[in-house]
Design a protein around this ligand. Sequence first.
Ligand SMILES: [Zn+2]
Length: 428
Amino acid sequence: MNLYEVHTHLYGCLDEDDLNWLGSRKPPRWEIYKNSFYKLHKAYPNIEFLYQNQIFQTPKLNENQKNILRSYYVFDSSKPKNFLHFQLCFDFIIALSHTDPEELKEIALRVFHKQKEYYSEYRMMFSPKASANEFKEKTLALIEGFKETNKNPSKISKLIISLNREYPNYEWQYQILKEIQKEFPNDILVGIDFAGNEENDSPINKFDFIETVKKDKQFVLLYHVGEILGNKTPASAVRWILWAHQMGVHRIGHAVALAYDETKVANQTYIEHTKERLDHLMFLEQLYEIENQWIPIDYVKQEIERVKNHSQETIEIFYKEKELKLYLDFLNFCVEKLKRSAIIESCPTSNLAISGFSPLPFFEKHQFCVCLGADDPSIFNTSLEKEFQIAKNMVENPSYIEQIKKNNQAFCSMNLLKMIQNKKSIDS
Ligand SMILES: [Zn+2]
């Protein structure tokens, strides 16, 4: 069966030759990589080593040079598994790139030529510093690059723009994407996404925006959420996933937090913003009022009072006794809601690298509708085909993997968009 790739980032698909090309065409913005490196290691990286080995100074790298280059951006799984470590790898690639129109068009073509899947949709996010004009110009360059690929009928590639999570960037960026579709109609740009560090970006902040996007029916709406716990409790991370789904995003990226079951959370202490804690308790109170009698309302009300009187910015939550039971009941409640209609994109190797485990066995146990993606195949040294192999070893029933392959096709953005525009419900 031809594979459909539904969760991958364009610049996470670049190999050593592409990076060598980037580093040789314009001076890299090393401060990006250096700052990211310092954040993680409290020291600065040895950039000179690349130049001492003639990397970025020769059009064709030998194997030794390729290995040296790889040591900078391929995720080393023997190192601590966390988002900062992944961000460092990605920042190496960002440092080499300038995302000028010429570069973007060339990258689109290079990645398309390497594409092994029959269909792939590539996500791309631009710097929050890009102006409206630059954002438009860059997006058009990518569309143009991928349009060229339309001449090859043996495979399909589509483009998803990951909007900046920062307000008001996503609002004006979305308006520009709509303008582009009007001025330069194309079948390349099929969706929008929210990606990258999700810290402090509760989906509720985007409620009105998501309503607008759904009404317009111009793009598929994808959303990375629950990829990491970050500075939240598992309860808040799970609630964010539920909210994103209830607000109507079409596919959810990762949702790893759903698999924080009893074995992972019992007797753990979590710290989150006091406001996040209050949001959670108020949400539970609302749920109780709409007939969720499983919620211990006296305990919730008592906690609301305690949190309101808590003067510090963050608060500690202990997952034992009442709090643990409340979380597990809440998790069950969310799982029941989500498994019926949510479409989740899972990326096993990426999740293993960043969170230390894959939620796939959990998704199988509860029969979630799952699609699979390689996320950043170059950074994680993987491919979609490999991800399907890895996934097969994680699940009990191989038929679940066959179903995922079908889901990837049925729910790829190109097909989802058709469903949305035909006004059919996704469940039907
Ligand atoms: Zn991703």
